[in-house]
Design a binder for this molecule. Structure first.
Ligand SMILES: *Cc1c(COP(=O)(O)O)cnc(C)c1O
Length: 373
């Protein structure tokens, strides 16, 4: 019997908290307060507490969060920002939105920013490093911070995939000068639309971010710097406040699914789960596996699709190889690890609304495929 296993099931996630979310939407709608206000401030406090940082500033989306964090830290035109060659393309777009120039470096075998590659890329024009905790696996942010501090470079953590992830006991977002978060619906903490936030430890930086997201306004009709319109709206903030109460539960479910896959695929002859860095506790935003070649990966994906299992590739094209990327941003560097991952990886469904039966069905389909290899 064929089951249908969607890669994500956001409607099912909503059903689990339907009464609270419906009541929340009604409350905000009836309040008549549709931009800013207590719902946004309430979520910012709750999210700051959840991440262990003193300040959270809600913004319109995760891409803006990267751009505003960089702008608030003084990064702009003529500055270079070092970013990994493998990430969701919005990491690049956030740098461009800050009017800075991306400088790509290769990732390590975990798909994460490699401090050795970063050290080699720190030219005098570099003003910032943006590390990405890709797939919910934390990059070595403390090692990157040591490189940055020596040279007066700022570190921003792209935490769009890292809600609740830790490494060596250090939470995602706790190390850099600022952390950028996305609440795009499919993230581990997802809104019912676009939403994002920047967290930081500095009150001054938080105040600057609050101005930048709101037309550079300090007091009403008093504009003290060049700003943007990039606000988190109260409806999304209120929904996120409800969903934040489920984040730990959902992450635990994702981890349990990850453990089931790990157990089933350990020592597998035809595929290997992407290795998790030592001491990292991933949030299992994604569960990527590696196949021997692009052809095998494509055949594997087609085989699972025939059995009703939806898989996705994160990401099929390394950021330096995207048409939108200028060759100058690669500075003649090579990106063998990023390109190999793009060619050979595929993500299995691992969202928190998968049932045990669905997880078993995915595992059985993978074993069935390998029997035919
Ligand atoms: C989703 C994502 C973003 C962008 O977030 P949006 O809210 O969609 O703008 C940035 N970086 C990474 C790594 C992401 O996964």
């Amino acid at each position: 019997m064929t089951m249908k296993i969607p890669f994500t099931d956001l409607a099912a996630t909503y059903q689990r908290q339907k009464p609270e979310i419906d009541a929340t939407i009604a409350r905000v709608t009836q309040s008549g307060w549709y931009v800013g206000g207590p719902e946004v401030a309430g979520f910012e406090r709750a999210f700051a507490r959840a991440t262990g940082l003193p300040f959270a500033v809600g913004v319109a989306n995760g891409t803006d969060a990267i751009a505003l964090a960089l702008r608030a830290l003084g990064v702009g035109r003529d500055d270079e920002v070092v970013i990994p060659a493998l990430s969701a393309y919005p990491t690049t777009v956030g740098v461009l939105q800050a009017e800075a120039t991306p400088s790509f470096v290769d990732v390590d075998s975990h798909g994460l920013m490699d401090p050795v590659a970063v050290a080699a890329a720190l030219t005098p024009r570099v003003r910032a490093v943006v590390c990405v905790h890709l797939y919910g696996n934390c990059a070595d942010a403390p090692a990157l911070l040591r490189l940055c501090r020596d040279r007066g470079i700022v570190l921003v953590e792209d935490c769009a995939q890292a809600h609740g992830a830790t490494r060596a006991g250090v939470a995602a977002g706790a190390t850099g000068d600022a952390a950028a978060w996305s609440f795009y619906p499919t993230k581990n903490l997802g809104a019912h639309g676009d939403a994002g936030a920047v967290t930081c430890a500095s009150e001054e930086l938080a105040a600057k971010l609050s101005r930048l997201r709101n037309y550079g306004q300090r007091n009403r009709y008093e504009h003290v710097e060049r700003g943007f319109n990039s606000r988190l709206d109260p409806l999304q903030a209120a929904i996120l406040s409800v969903k934040l109460t489920n984040l730990q539960h959902d992450n635990a479910r994702r981890r349990a699914i990850g453990l089931a896959y790990d157990g089933a695929f350990a020592g597998h002859p035809h595929l290997s789960p992407l290795p998790v860095p030592p001491q990292a506790l991933p949030n299992r935003h994604l569960y990527p596996v590696l196949l021997g070649s692009a052809e095998r990966r494509d055949a594997f994906q087609a085989f699972l699709a025939e059995r009703g299992i939806e898989t996705l590739i994160h990401y099929p094209i390394a950021m330096p190889d995207q048409q939108a990327s200028a060759p100058a941003w690669s500075q003649g560097r090579d990106f063998p690890n990023a390109r190999r991952l793009c060619a050979c990886m595929v993500s299995l469904p691992s969202h928190p609304d998968l049932s045990d039966a669905q997880v078993a069905y995915v595992i059985e389909a993978v074993q069935d495929w390998s029997r035919r290899c």
